[in-house]
Ligand binder design. Structure first.
Ligand code: EAX
Length: 326
């Protein structure tokens, strides 16, 4: 919601003091699922700073980290109906709104960060972004969540055989679910805000996420084993509600895009730094880290899933991404 006049009442300390302020800027609500120190947080801070600078303070962003506006699917839905202004989200649930994003969620599609960035920042990524406005939301820029890795509470997983039978939380994403089902694990789609408790209570044995997310969400408290499976590159998106976007002038649209690109860049830098540094952190926190994962065996075990993806997305479209710039 954007309001010309916003009255904020902030109770301080034990409620003995209250401050009342009136802002005249257009303040937008930006939600994301991790803490303010995460890669999403860095992306949000960078975008907010750039937007304030470009618009000379006309447009400001108030951040709602740590699922304060709901899970990622709920936030995207909020952007669609106009109750949430901006969202930083993984592509995980976005395929439920813009099916064209689903192709990016295929396991082992991107070989490394450079490959992923080249595809997403090039014509293929743009074609996907172009599909958003028909669905009531506008994707301003790609960001990054990172390469996902499997954690669980039961055993060290090095091969697909080791993973069989585990009950694993997946994102609410049919491409991911198909992959896990094919590996013989029991995929349990669940919104991220419910995940910590589900792991703690043993409702699921494990989950998968980039190292930076595993650190940020304190999953080492409830998971003993981390396998560096790097099984899928998880892009992120910075999304704006169509109702906000439609009210912007062309100049303002340019500011938002430029600010979102700055956010996406900061997000990538932080996600990649955390992916490197986080492994040592998780070891210190007591996790057993399996580094010599049998990647070829995982890729082979996924063959039936790849056949299904080829049918769903077209083999030539998948190959176009796989071979892009290679
Ligand atoms: O976007 O749901 C997930 O596992 C996501 O990777 C997480 O919310 C960060």
């Amino acid at each position: 919601m954007t309001t010309r006049t916003i009255t904020t009442i902030a109770a301080l300390g034990f409620g003995l003091a209250a401050a009342i302020s009136t802002a005249t800027a257009d303040e937008l609500k930006l939600g994301y699922s991790l803490g303010p120190d995460s890669h999403y947080g860095q992306g949000a801070h960078a975008m907010a700073a750039k937007l304030a600078e470009l618009s000379d303070g006309k447009w400001t962003i108030e951040e709602f980290p740590a699922n304060a506006l709901g899970g990622e699917r709920e936030m995207v839905e909020g952007a669609q109906i106009g109750t949430v202004d901006l969202v930083i989200t993984s592509t995980g649930p976005v395929g439920n709104f813009v099916p064209e994003t689903l192709i990016t969620d295929i396991p082992f599609l991107f070989t490394d960060y450079d490959h992923a960035h080249a595809v997403l920042d090039g014509p293929i990524g743009q074609e996907i972004l172009d599909k958003f406005p028909d669905n009531g939301i506008v994707a301003l820029a790609w960001g990054e969540n990172g390469f996902r890795n499997l954690t669980n509470s039961q055993r060290a997983v090095r091969t697909p055989e080791d993973a069989k039978g585990l009950k694993i939380r997946t994102m609410e994403n049919q491409v991911h679910m198909k992959a896990f089902e094919t590996l013989g694990v029991l995929p349990t789609p669940m919104a991220f805000p419910e995940l910590f408790t589900a792991l703690q209570q043993g409702t699921v044995d494990g989950q998968e996420n980039p190292v930076g997310v595993i650190v940020n969400a304190n999953f080492s408290e409830v998971q003993d084993y981390l396998s560096l499976t790097q099984h899928v590159y998880s892009p992120a998106l910075i999304i704006i509600s169509g109702s906000i976007w439609d009210g912007l002038s062309d100049e303002e649209k340019g500011w938002f895009k430029e600010a979102a690109l700055a956010g996406g860049k900061a997000m990538r830098e932080k996600a990649e730094a955390d992916a490197d540094a986080g492994i040592a952190t998780l070891k210190e926190q007591g996790m057993t880290v399996v580094e010599d994962v049998d990647t070829a065996a995982f890729q082979q075990a996924l063959e039936p899933a790849y056949e299904a993806y080829a049918e769903q997305f077209g083999k030539e479209n998948i190959d176009r991404i796989r071979n892009y710039g290679q």
